[in-house]
Design a protein around this ligand. Sequence first.
Ligand code: BGC
Length: 683
Amino acid sequence: MDKSLSPDQRADLVLAEMTLDEKIALVHGAGGFDAAGARSNGGAGVIEGIPRLGLPDLQLADSAVGVRAAAERGRYSTLLPSTIGEAATWDLKMAWAYGDVIGRELRDQQYNVSLGGGVDITREPRNGRNFEYQGEDPVLAGKMVAQFIKGLQSNKVIGDVKHYAFNDQETGRDIGNVLLSKRAARETDLLAFEIAVEEGQPGMVMCSYNKLNGDWACENSYLLTDVLKKAWGFQGFVLSDWGGTHSTTKAALAGLDNEEPGSRFFGAPLKKAVDSNEVPMARLNDMVHRIVRTEFALGVVDDPPKGRVVDPFRGADTAQEIAQEGMVLLKNAANQLPLNAATVKSIAIIGSHADTGMLSGGGSAQVDAPGSGASQWGSAVWFPTSPLKAVRVKAPRAKVEFNDGTDTAAAAALAKSSEVAIVFVNQPTSEGRDLSTLTLPGDQDKLVSAVAAANPHTIVVLETGGPAAMPWIDQVSGAIEVWYPGIRGQVALANILFGDVNPTGKLPVSFARNDGDLPHAKIPGMDQIPAQPDRRFRMAPFDVDYSEGLKVGYKWFDAEKKDPLFAFGHGLSYTAYTYSGLKAGMDSVTFTVRNIGKRAGAEIAQVYAGLPAAANEPPKRLVAWERIPLAPGESKTVTLAIDPKFLSIFNEEKDAWELIAGEYRVFVGGSSRSTPLTATVKH
Ligand code: BGC
């Protein structure tokens, strides 16, 4: 307990006192999938501590978008907007604040370990878990999740990044074998993890269910040892996703430090393997050292959580701020928005439970809604955040009426008799399953078309986990992406609709026009899934050949010369900005942004680079950005540093990043498809 010693020294002192059985107890979860029989706090797992040595129980809770499984114990947790919505803020301070809410509420509920920090990139836009990740670009995703981790760990809670790596689709997630070259791997998903680990310093990394190039992620020595621990210098510990451990010796030697849940491989079998020296004692000591040093480094030994009542108001305030910054105004023809509360006479609110609530995402990232019991796994949970009420509050003199949209003709009739129609559409997603298509489920496309035909002032609000197709986009005057917007989503939305908040969010993912424009028209493996649910169905092993390689998201659309429906980085404002005066070097770029409109706003200015032709890369990649608040008429000149790694390619032979010689193109602007400033730099 000598705090003047380093976490490593303290861990070594503890290790020297430990028996073999005590060491084994630390490297696996106690109890089974429900932690039955263990000293559980009700989370996804527990690693029982060693009281005689002062090591506390590690209580692990799923907490991707808020602390999960609160209802069962009569607790409350804040539902934040989905992390894809947080990524849409492009605001590092918001990412920190997001993690801070989760860390604080975990601690209030007496957890000391978080299972969140999802950063698998949106390689597959129909992946059911995209809502709990950070979008398609590794630099944006990595930088945002690093701040999330820092905010979270500032509460003396151990943070996590997951799912390491390439769990980019749910279809066959525990049987699929991802095929990808080392170069493509390092420059895409792994770059997001690299930034997360180096800048965020998470205490844990969770290895994923799938295989990469033939080996399970949780026994993949390339991923766990060569890259994570050696190349990136990760000092924390690797725990397996739930049931993602497949062996004892192979996994231990590859670099897995903790099996979750239970002890099938890292309990008695590991003890036997250490006794016979199949797994050297030094490796077991390394596993234990990593776990214990993390406990000291993050304060869970020195300052254990005491338990408090969660402050729902504080959480909701932050959730609202993030939602307001993360909603993306996609289309606003003829300045349809913002609505004028003083003059608008009638508004039709249509579809998607908009009278009572807004959608949240399913699976281990589900948060229980206030007033509800434990959520059913994977079901669509609507939070009691009524847009109808929020709009009525804003426009008390207007006639605001609701139609649920099930009868298209009735919805269209209401739209026709109203000045403005706002149609809410939704796309429920969850862990454990993917979307088969970008097309919105049910008859929602028909509903939007019918309403738009009845009223030229139609605005669509999308509550989706990720990209969706919008065949009606040319028929409507406005569209706004709100993701799953969290506990104050309705207030954030109303503030934007009526102009109390000027939207600033930008897309962290490309929206394709249709499935045919994606790298894979169908999700690999999905054709195996029977049309009717069948409990006996077991998927046959299959390869997930990510043949697009480096061309993820906008890089695909650029390289294939396809136009997306809405480009990565796109997002409108109620004001307008101009760009000028680019000066570009290899280390930094300087340029000026001016607000030429009549309202204050904030522009997310983006810097992209095109590498020399010899690099054989997609046309451009994001290398820097800045959120620039601007009063009407104001202009600011900013200088943004460029990390040389973001201009580099990964050289497989040298096993290192390499900045190649040649001409680099620099593009600056408000989206990946709108870059008014360009320059060329020689290196
Ligand atoms: C999920 C993880 C989660 C774990 C524990 C798994 O099914 O993939 O994200 O942390 O369960 O609930």
